[in-house]
Ligand binder design. Structure first.
Ligand SMILES: CC(C)(COP(=O)(O)OP(=O)(O)OC[C@H]1O[C@@H](n2cnc3c(N)ncnc32)[C@H](O)[C@@H]1OP(=O)(O)O)[C@@H](O)C(=O)NCCC(=O)NCCS
Length: 209
């Protein structure tokens, strides 16, 4: 039986990492990428940029599945806008989990979320929609990651951590157990977060909060 065709929305570096995970996952056939006008017809490994955002409505008539492959650091706005648009158009957003990741059967993962190579999501954790749990990130037991968050490469959320919607936790950063990050927080890379953070916090280390 042929695999469902999947449209990737976003044609930058994060898309490359996603392509590798989607190929290893094996459940979908990548139909092509959606990019900016100046990215049209560019090749990304075996796949072409076949359309721009303007053609999403037309694509929704011929394709059931889409996945957002735009990255997220400073702001979640682009990923949120695209998520709302593709949902309104009736696309279904799958959950993509790398076969090298570990996701507890006691954890939940929302639509449009990718769990990349080597990541761990432990028992009792809940991860929302449209999130990136990047390579080798750890979401420990009973943690909550709300919609539209990016937990970056090698970041560690310890037990009972709560990450508000639209937040970014940088590469290699650690969040002590039980801490809450307000929505749209940005945590720089390589840092230790020991206290709750307010909404829109930009945490750059204790002396630069
Ligand atoms: C947090 C971040 C987004 C801020 O970027 P920015 O808005 O461009 O800010 P800047 O890099 O100009 O840094 C502002 C200040 O904070 C400091 N700072 C930034 N990130 C820091 C960090 N992780 N640790 C300590 N200080 C940091 C900078 O040195 C600078 O200090 P200064 O004002 O004294 O010169 C960026 O530094 C970062 O950490 N990006 C994430 C990288 C990452 O995890 N990538 C993986 C993607 S998968």
């Amino acid at each position: 039986m042929s695999r469902p065709r999947l449209i990737l929305i976003g044609a930058g570096g994060h898309a490359h990492a996603c392509i590798d995970v989607i190929e290893k996952h094996g459940g979908y056939q990548i139909a092509g990428l959606v990019g900016r006008p100046n990215e049209m017809h560019a090749k990304h490994f075996d796949y072409d940029v076949i359309a721009t955002d303007k053609e999403l409505a037309a694509l929704s008539k011929t394709h059931q599945y889409a996945f957002i492959t735009v990255g997220q650091i400073q702001t979640p706005d682009h990923r949120i806008r695209l998520y709302q648009r593709v949902t309104e158009l009736g696309f279904q957003l799958p959950v993509i989990i790398s076969p090298t990741a570990y996701v507890s059967r006691h954890a939940t993962i929302g639509a449009g979320t990718i769990v990349m190579h080597g990541a761990i999501i432990n028992a009792g954790a809940n991860v929302g929609n449209n999130c990136i749990i990047n390579s080798r990130a750890l979401v420990e037991h009973d943690s909550m990651v709300e919609d539209h968050c990016h937990i970056s490469t090698g970041a560690i959320l310890n037990g009972y951590v709560s990450v508000g919607a639209g937040s970014f936790v940088g590469s290699g950063s650690m969040v002590i157990q039980g801490v809450t990050l307000g929505q749209r927080s940005v945590v720089g890379m390589g840092l230790a977060v020991r206290q709750n953070q307010v909404e829109y916090a930009r945490f750059m280390g204790s002396d630069k909060t």
